[in-house]
Design a protein around this ligand. Structure first.
Ligand code: PLP
Length: 421
């Protein structure tokens, strides 16, 4: 479930879940049983033959999608899902330009490298024709941000004088998007892609209504809106099943991977019939996409999320974790920001709260190793790799959260003692 064991049998609380992938718990008995049962019956046919798991799964998945999002295409990885979404948007609109947010990660295939905006993943070869990035609306580290921009129990320590219902930071970041559209693209767009909360980018949350207004601008220029739910989907944000619902937007295409299979390699995109129909200009073939094993595992994952009340657990345990972490931010100079929603959490570490200089890699490593030695595994991310990422299996308990907080605080104390020596 939420525990991992090393070669000596020592137990670790897994707060990173194989990079936000083990959604319902390592070796969840119901998912394991579904995989075993399918393994004994049929492994593979390709989707050129009908088999009941693919139909059962597609029906189950589309039944939890809102509005006209009712057609599913199954792939094997998030990069493949985003590749397909990009191709589909270009075919459907007849346009080429695609916009993404700086600091975001959407995959490492030659196509998705264009929308991934993080130099560590750029190979230095030609990629990303027609792909453009716009300023990341990061209300902590970005140029603009205030005291109630985020949809989170914890706000930044910045102040602002925005009246209720208005957000200066949102307006400024939207101006940046307009500027990108006016200067870098043709008048007609194929798509805009964004995660509801940035994953690899370090759990960055945008100002409320940013996505809503961004979607309007993209649609005015003929583009489709793609929600990358690879990390935020399947109840992780707590208040909703899909991250885009927390922004009150309706995407044209939703891409998903990672938690969809609890560690089994599978992914999907869901779109409308109209968009799917325009894709008939080309055949879409994927040997393993929608294979019987993946579909049986995926079905069991959806059942478990429901039966084990995991979305609600994300809200309860996630909010508890966020509020406890915020107390550490108020107490320790190097804890710069605590943010997120549900069990999609980031803790951005800084040299000090005045300059916001990122905590250097060796100091991040010191804290990370100390936590690991004391039985808690964190993730790391963000443009400067200075954000601890907490995205555990969605079954962790409040007691686990308290254990993690205690271990993290001990590591902060040890760091302070080591650095001031
Ligand atoms: C938001 C997001 N989109 C897409 C991907 C790519 O998924 P994959 O590694 O399965 O190709 C990732 C992977 O980390 C991701 O975090």
């Amino acid at each position: 479930m939420q525990w991992l064991f090393d070669h000596t049998g020592k137990r670790y609380l897994d707060l990173f879940a194989g990079i936000v992938t083990v959604s319902v718990g390592h070796c969840h008995p119901k998912v394991t049983e579904a995989a075993k049962k399918q393994m004994e019956r049929l492994w593979h046919t390709t989707n050129i033959y009908l088999h009941s798991p693919i139909h059962k799964y597609a029906e189950k998945l589309t039944s939890i999608m809102p509005g006209k999002l009712k057609v599913a295409f199954l792939t094997n990885s998030g990069s493949e899902a985003n590749d397909l979404a990009m191709l589909m948007a270009r075919l459907h609109t007849g346009n080429f330009d695609i916009i993404s947010l700086r600091s975001g990660y959407h995959g490492a295939s030659p196509y998705t490298l264009g929308i991934t905006s993080h130099s560590s993943y750029k190979p230095g070869l030609a990629n990303g024709f027609g792909c453009h990035t716009t300023m990341c609306p990061d209300v902590f580290r970005g140029i603009w941000g205030g005291s109630h921009c985020r949809d989170s129990p914890v706000q930044t320590m910045r102040t602002c004088s925005c009246s209720p219902g208005s957000c200066n930071a949102k307006d400024r970041y939207i101006e940046q998007l307009k500027d990108t559209l006016d200067t870098s693209t043709t008048r007609k767009l194929a798509a805009f892609i964004a995660e509801p909360i940035m994953g690899v980018g370090g759990a960055i949350q945008y100002p409320k209504n940013f996505l809503k207004e961004a979607y309007e601008l993209i649609r005015e220029r003929g583009g489709l809106c793609i929600a990358d739910e690879v990390q935020t989907g399947f109840g992780r944000t707590g208040s909703h099943y899909w991250g885009f619902q927390t922004h009150d937007v309706m995407p044209d295409i939703v891409t998903m991977a990672k938690g969809i299979g609890n560690g089994f390699p599978m992914a999907a995109i869901v779109t409308t019939e109209e968009i799917a129909d325009s894709f008939s200009k080309a055949l879409y073939f994927n040997t393993f996409g929608g294979n019987p094993m993946a579909c049986s595992v995926g079905s069991a994952v959806l059942d478990v999320i429901e039966e084990d009340g995991l979305q609600n657990n994300c809200a309860l345990v996630g909010t508890h974790l966020l509020l406890e972490l915020a107390k550490l931010r108020d107490k320790y100079e190097i804890v710069g920001d605590v943010r997120g929603k549900g069990l999609m959490i980031g803790v951005e570490m800084v040299k000090d709260k005045k300059t916001l200089q990122p905590l250097p890699a060796d100091e991040m490593g010191l804290i990370w190793e100390e936590c690991k030695d004391n039985g808690v595994l964190f993730g790391k991310g963000g443009l400067y790799n200075n954000t601890f990422r907490i995205k555990p299996p969605m079954c962790i308990t409040k007691e686990d959260a308290d254990f993690a907080i205690a271990v993290f605080e001990d590591a902060l104390i040890k760091h302070k003692a080591t650095i001031s020596r």
